[in-house]
Design a protein around this ligand. Structure first.
Ligand code: HEM
Length: 402
């Protein structure tokens, strides 16, 4: 059931919204596309408005210190982490860190990840075949990004156990309705993760070769050039890389597979025409975007869609809503495996455009493509359970049969 503009409150969402937010986004887009929320912030649901904000970092800041201080406490580990990671910074720190990560996530590097990724996915598929019944999230979707980012950060395989928990707890603290337990788990996870990185990077530094061009090597060189004060800045970027690439990609894979399983004709079409996988992944990113909400704060008074917003207004960017805007996407509620063009905003836009989008696309293509090729009769064994999260859209569990 759709919630109207008069009652919509991001902090009090009904269960039906978590199941399917799109009817609500449709209503908001037509009733109040620049919606004044009860807490004084505004929610944007029109594609052009969301895109404009993403592309104007001068008027719309990513700095979250003012919002995060009362939420996390200014001296908390969560505050230190979330206000230091590049995604929540403006230039000049953002420009410097982004450059440091730079080509370490280039097309060339990403392509070189293919063989290891294919081997990992095939291993998981073999395990699934042996089990028969499996959970799409636990036994497949969530197992892939952790290994990929573990490889990127060169975390030894046997030390990867806690990574998923740390990542979920640290990102969970960004949800719109945060409770005490989630706060405590988030803070503890930042501390544990920082301690681990101190040890890992200490070991790595000893064997760093000039030719090494991976992310940690780049960040270490950048850190050395900045002086000792930047140590925590370095660690927080590593934590952020795991967080940025973990739940989002898990959700791309699980949302994508389930959207296909629920549409047997499309499932069969993609199996028969595997060359559609590139456009199919873009469409799955648009159709059920893993990251549904973004945020910015106005740095000066602005007008959006005829609504005047003073400086320091918090804006929520409805990525999932923008990606269903009929002004830009014809028949937006229909999944078209070969939709083209498909200028979706699932990876954001502008200077903060997802730095790992090539990695995410590769993971999506290999994981979804190979799973549906291997199991033509893939089906849900029970109704999948949606996570009650508005920002990151995905499933907690999805029992399947092969
Ligand atoms: C389907 C998977 C993914 C989705 C939907 C996604 C989505 C996004 C979005 C929407 C942003 C922009 C945030 C903003 O402007 O406020 C972003 C930024 C970012 N993402 Fe991703 N992401 C995904 C996977 C990844 C992966 C795999 C990595 C790393 C390997 C990654 C690394 C980053 C980084 C470093 C940023 C910050 C860029 C900056 O601030 O300049 N992401 N992502």
């Amino acid at each position: 059931m759709a919630v109207g503009a008069d009652t919509f409150d991001l902090r009090r969402l009904p269960d039906s919204f978590y199941e399917n937010p799109y009817p609500t986004y449709d209503r908001l887009r037509s009733e109040a596309p620049v919606l004044a929320c009860p807490d004084g912030s505004y929610l944007l649901t029109r594609y052009e408005d969301v895109r404009r904000v993403y592309r104007d970092p001068r008027c719309f800041s990513s700095d979250k210190r003012v919002q995060f201080a009362p939420l996390f406490g200014e001296h908390s580990p969560l505050f230190a982490h979330h206000t230091t990671s590049l995604v929540f910074n403006d230039p000049p720190l953002h420009t410097r860190v982004r450059k440091a990560i730079g080509n370490a996530l280039s097309d060339r590097l990403v392509l070189s990840m293919s063989p290891a990724l294919e081997a990992l996915v095939d291993r998981l598929i073999d395990d699934i075949e042996a089990r028969g019944a499996f959970d799409l999230v636990e036994h497949f979707a969530a197992a892939i990004p952790i290994e990929v980012i573990g490889n990127l950060l060169r975390v030894p395989v046997e030390e990867r156990g806690p990574l998923r928990r740390w990542s979920l707890n640290i990102l969970g603290a960004l949800e719109v309705a945060l409770n005490e337990e989630a706060l405590a788990e988030g803070n503890a996870s930042v501390v544990e993760f920082l301690d681990y990185l101190d040890d890992l990077i200490g070991r790595r530094r000893k064997v760093l070769a000039d030719a090494d061009d991976d992310i940690v090597a780049r960040l270490l060189r950048w850190h050395d050039a900045q002086g000792a004060l930047a140590r925590d800045v370095l660690y927080h970027q590593c934590i952020f890389l795991l967080n940025a690439g973990h739940e989002t990609t898990t959700n791309l894979i699980a949302n994508g597979v389930l959207a296909l399983v629920e549409r047997p004709a499309l499932f069969a079409r993609l199996r028969d025409a595997p060359e559609l996988i590139d456009t199919a992944v873009e469409e799955l990113l648009r159709f059920d975007s893993p990251n549904q909400l973004g945020n910015r704060t106005t740095t000066e008074a602005v007008e959006i869609g005829g609504v005047h917003l003073p400086a320091q207004t918090v804006i929520t960017l409805g990525i999932g809503a923008a990606n269903r805007d009929p002004e830009v996407f014809s028949a937006p509620d229909v999944l078209h495996l070969d939709r083209h063009p498909n200028p979706h905003l699932a990876f954001g836009a502008g200077i903060h455009t997802c730095a790992g989008l090539n990695v995410a696309r590769l993971e999506g293509r290999i994981a979804i493509g190979r799973l549906i090729q291997k199991f033509p009769n893939l089906a849900s064994a029970q109704a999948p359970v949606r996570a009650r999260r508005a920002r990151f859209r995905g499933f907690v569990s999805a029992p399947m049969t092969t």
